[in-house]
Design a protein around this ligand. Sequence first.
Ligand SMILES: O=C(O)CCC(=O)C(=O)O
Length: 227
Amino acid sequence: MPPAVQTVSETEKAFFEKNGYLIVRAVFTSAEMAECKQAARETIEQKTGPSGVYVWWCDEIPPLFERISCDPRLVAILNPLLGPEIEFLSAKPVHKSAAITFASPWHQDRAYWGGAPKYSIWIALEEATEENGCLRVIPGSHREFLGHANVSDHNGFNNRVREEELKDAHVVDAPMHIGDILVFHDCLLHSSYPNRSGQDRWCFIPTYRNAAVPDVSTTWKTSRQLT
Ligand SMILES: O=C(O)CCC(=O)C(=O)O
């Protein structure tokens, strides 16, 4: 039996608005996540190199990942946080292999796509720990978009905020259990720990926007209205 649809309380909504992210526990089962991880592994092996990231637009995403991205359990969490009109845009599996022994650089996803706010959900396909490279976030950073340097040194994402700008920042680690999710605003500063576990770490990240908010971003040619 899949877990029941969870709703977001007023307190959780206020937390999201203040901090730019919200963790919701046990949204998916281990069996669902294992199926997704196996399919993600097959995709990454075929389609991408060491970056470990492959993006599907909403009109080409394979059925299993479409089901997860549009799952009523996610929609029930997104609606109170984003608004009544939710559009699904794209999604990506992220493979942080055992060879990725460097931290993901600090960044805001908006650096990639601009425009109106987008919201992504980091879905733990397995346990994410400090040792295997769990996410790290800076609460409240979603209120300001910072300049990003473009660096291509093959140590993670190219768009980065300079470390000096963040030296006084309050960083929160986000260890997650399999099936937990972390919803985050596209200006939330985030990074992830190096993978020191000797084993791979997998997650899946769909992205959405509030369809009622005009968006000048040209990144997406298609979108799918969910509610
Ligand atoms: O999963 C990770 O290690 C980082 C993912 C990330 O930062 C992103 O996709 O923007």
